[in-house]
Design a protein around this ligand. Structure first.
Ligand SMILES: [Fe+2]
Ligand SMILES: [Fe+2]
Length: 642
């Protein structure tokens, strides 16, 4: 018998919790029993963020940190005149006063908060489910801010009944689709954190054993991103930026996005990424016993503080990656996200990270690639086909009306990518490529491979044209552009090397000499003089197939790599980058555009905070997205066909 599944493990944990029901008081006892180091360290971290954002303490010694916003779409994806906000409540003891209450005050100017919304306080606990790890006991305050004025700026602050109050933050409510002007959104994936949950007063080897066991200071690179190679051109010994995840989050703000997409692998509280039961008994040696995963829930505290300067002001919308299968929580390991984040819950039942929303003339759809993956099969197939059926119905609905011009899908494992580590996932490709091709999806934002890659447009598995930097693409005819933006801050992966024993050549490709460029990069200002890999055009890559499947080193079920020759890999950048997407809606019959700019974090040698390394424009005729028999039709009837 193999390892237990995420759901079996979560069920066992629930039984444990029911037998030893955790109250706010017993959470206090549990945390203080671990020498209090972790609770105090987390309180210091949260307290610093709280004070820096203008928070004022109350009587209970509780701070409010990691505020983040999310859109609240209705069942059809249309945005309601509302915003969800969640923040964390942290005390120096790890517990909250029994009768603490919370509200969110909203108004149209700082200090003028005329509306008050009740907030809920939720306790997220994992009891003793993490062998050798910290007690999981965290509190979140959650509220829905309704009755907003579309398109208007709203200010808000969170207030507790003991007098604790946050500083002011503000957001712009989504405009009514019909009057939306140009806007920008940003996207990336595989972000992680640069600070481990720790007591900052001591280095890890000075900590008492009990503190270490309870999540004190772990070695660098276990529960944070700090395992960059010295040769890394950005984050390495001679690089320009040791903390690319933090830097990129800040740089996104300079683009003034109206929201941000994160295509999975959010904070790496589960750094093993296999979704197996949590066990930290060997975490000091950077590994987990066979059949288990590392897990530290307090990485979330660090992450939510890290993104707060952006996420308290603009919604962040998350898809789930393999590192987001958190096995101490139910619902396929996503139960924690339902509390910590605000998943819109308008997708298929039992799939909390699958949802959709529309903003102006663009439809956005979050897909759970864990459910489709041939590579890593821990969560594969849990919806029994419900997810794909729902995705198809959502795409079909959008392509049956004229309100949505562009469709953007975001998900984690790549349908099309050429990285050495994960390349393309055949399960994801086989499920999504036919739907995306048929329903004319415009852009797919992916992650999982820790680098940046952009494909030429693809329809039904084939490249339709070459689209170098500066191109204008007509997705309705040309097909889908797939971007891997797994360049969000985690240590980078290499592209596939030249064919050899470690990277067998695709069928029919004869190796013809040494690879000219070390990692096959190609972006604005950097093109190989000689052919990369072994031929003029072939990128040596592979695609995961579901069978034959075998147990990986950790005990997770993995598929098989099948070499493939690739002609669609257009842009390849092997460091840190995000995309900023400028959308210009238009009157029906006029051209509407979506310009995708790739911005690299601190490209060595430029001396600039970021550098644009690629730009393409997707163009459509507004109001003409309706499909009839698989073809773009001219609808509504009053718009003349051209
Ligand atoms: Fe990742
Ligand atoms: Fe991943």
């Amino acid at each position: 018998m193999g390892p237990i599944t995420v759901d079996e493990y979560a069920e066992r944990n629930t039984h444990l919790l029911n037998r030893h029901r955790i109250s706010r008081r017993t959470a206090l006892q549990a945390v203080t029993a671990g020498a209090g180091g972790l609770a105090y360290a987390q309180f210091r971290l949260a307290g610093a963020a709280f004070a820096a954002a203008g928070g004022k303490p109350g009587r209970a010694g509780v701070v409010i940190s990691g505020r983040h916003l999310s859109f609240l779409p209705g069942g059809d994806g249309g945005l309601r005149a509302a915003m969800a906000v969640t923040a964390q409540l942290v005390s120096s003891t790890g517990a909250l006063p029994k009768n603490l209450r919370a509200v969110v005050e909203v108004g149209r100017a700082p200090g003028e908060y005329g509306t008050r919304h009740d907030a809920e306080i939720r306790h997220l606990s994992g009891s003793d489910a993490i062998a050798g790890g910290p007690v999981c006991s965290q509190f979140y305050v959650k509220a829905v801010l309704g009755d907003l004025t579309p398109g208007a700026v709203h200010h808000y602050r969170i207030r507790l009944s003991d007098g604790t109050v946050t500083g002011d933050a503000h957001f712009t409510a989504a405009p009514a689709a019909a009057v939306a002007g140009p806007f920008t959104f940003t996207a990336f994936a595989d972000v992680g954190t640069h600070t481990a949950p720790t007591d900052p007063k001591h280095s890890w080897h000075q900590q008492p054993a009990a503190v270490l066991r309870d999540g004190g200071k772990w070695p660098a690179g276990v529960f944070d991103n700090n395992s960059y190679l010295g040769t890394d051109p950005v984050a390495g010994a001679t690089g320009t930026d040791p903390w690319p995840a933090v830097t990129q989050t800040g740089l996104m703000g300079t683009q003034k996005p109206v929201f941000t997409l994160l295509a999975g692998d959010i904070c790496y509280a589960n750094p093993s990424g296999s979704g197996l039961p949590a066990d930290d008994t060997m975490a000091m040696s950077r590994t987990a016993p066979p059949g288990t995963s590392l897990f530290n829930p307090y990485v979330w505290d660090v992450f939510l503080n890290q993104i707060e300067p952006q996420a308290a002001y603009t919604p962040w919308m998350f898809a789930t990656g393999n590192h987001d299968m958190e096995p101490i929580h139910g619902t396929h390991g996503y139960g924690g996200h339902v509390t910590r984040l605000d998943m819109p819950a308008n997708g298929p039942s039992g799939c909390p990270s699958v949802y959709r929303f529309t903003y102006a003339n663009v439809g956005f759809i979050s897909i759970d690639a864990n459910e489709l993956s041939a590579e890593l099969q821990t969560n594969t197939g849990y919806s029994r086909g419900a997810q794909v059926r729902w995705v198809e119905s959502a795409l079909k609905q959008w392509r049956s009306g004229t309100a949505v011009d562009f469709i953007v899908a975001f998900f984690h494992h790549c349908a099309y990518a050429t990285s050495h580590n994960h390349a393309s996932d055949g399960g994801v490709r086989d499920a999504l490529d036919p739907l995306f091709s048929r329903y004319r999806v415009d852009l797919a934002v992916q992650g999982h491979n820790h680098q940046f890659e952009r494909t030429d447009p693809i329809r039904f598995g084939k490249k339709t044209r070459s689209a170098p930097d500066g191109s204008t693409i007509r997705p309705a005819e040309d097909g889908v552009t797939y971007i891997c933006a797994g360049s969000g801050g985690r240590p980078r992966y290499p592209f596939r090397p030249a064919p050899g024993p470690e990277a067998p050549a695709p069928h029919g490709v004869k190796p013809a000499g040494a690879q000219a460029l070390a990692e096959g990069e190609r972006y604005r200002g950097y093109r190989p003089k000689k052919p990369e890999n072994t031929t003029e055009t072939v990128a040596n890559s592979y695609v995961w197939k579901a069978t034959p499947a075998k147990r990986g080193k950790g005990g997770q079920l993995n598929g098989t790599r099948v070499p493939e020759a690739v002609d669609w890999s257009q842009v390849r950048y092997d460091a840190y980058a995000f995309i900023a997407v400028d959308v210009k809606p238009a009157e029906p019959g006029k051209t509407t555009t979506m310009t995708i700019r790739t911005l690299a974090d601190a490209l060595p040698g430029t001396g600039k905070p970021y550098t644009e390394i690629d730009r393409i424009t997707l163009a459509r005729t507004a109001g003409r997205g309706v499909l009839t028999d698989g073809r773009t039709a001219c609808r509504p009837a009053h718009i003349p066909c051209t």
